[in-house]
Design a binder for this molecule. Structure first.
Ligand SMILES: [Zn+2]
Length: 114
């Protein structure tokens, strides 16, 4: 079972929940008043015309992609990282990084003096 997106010339776009082997030919709303209007199945959701709502693999894949995108954003975007761990903790982290850089720096200059 999956959700499919259709378009009726009278009723516009609507979603229909049915099995993958089925295909809607006529608009159900039009049929209610006895009119047979053929519907068009639309390509949707980034090239997919269906979302497998109850397919664990599909849900897992989408979730993994979201997590990967999020990790990538946090890794490349300081603001996203600050948002994630909170400003206080972020400042702490930056402070610690600077302190260890300072420590390395003074170690290095001491080494130069000798
Ligand atoms: Zn219709």
């Amino acid at each position: 079972m999956a959700i499919y997106l259709y378009e009726c010339a009278v009723h516009g776009q609507f979603e229909e929940w049915h099995s993958m082997s089925d295909k809607l030919e006529l608009c159900p709303e039009c049929l209610k008043v006895g009119v047979e209007t053929p519907v068009k199945r639309l390509i949707n959701f980034g090239g997919q015309n269906l979302i497998k709502m109850n397919d664990p693999e599909s849900i897992k894949a989408r979730h993994n992609k979201e997590v990967a995108d999020f990790k990538k954003e946090v890794a490349t975007n300081e603001y996203a990282l600050a948002n994630l761990i909170g400003e206080t903790k972020y400042n702490q982290q930056v402070h610690e990084k600077n302190r260890s850089l300072d420590a390395l720096g003074s170690k290095f200059s001491k080494g130069l003096k000798r």
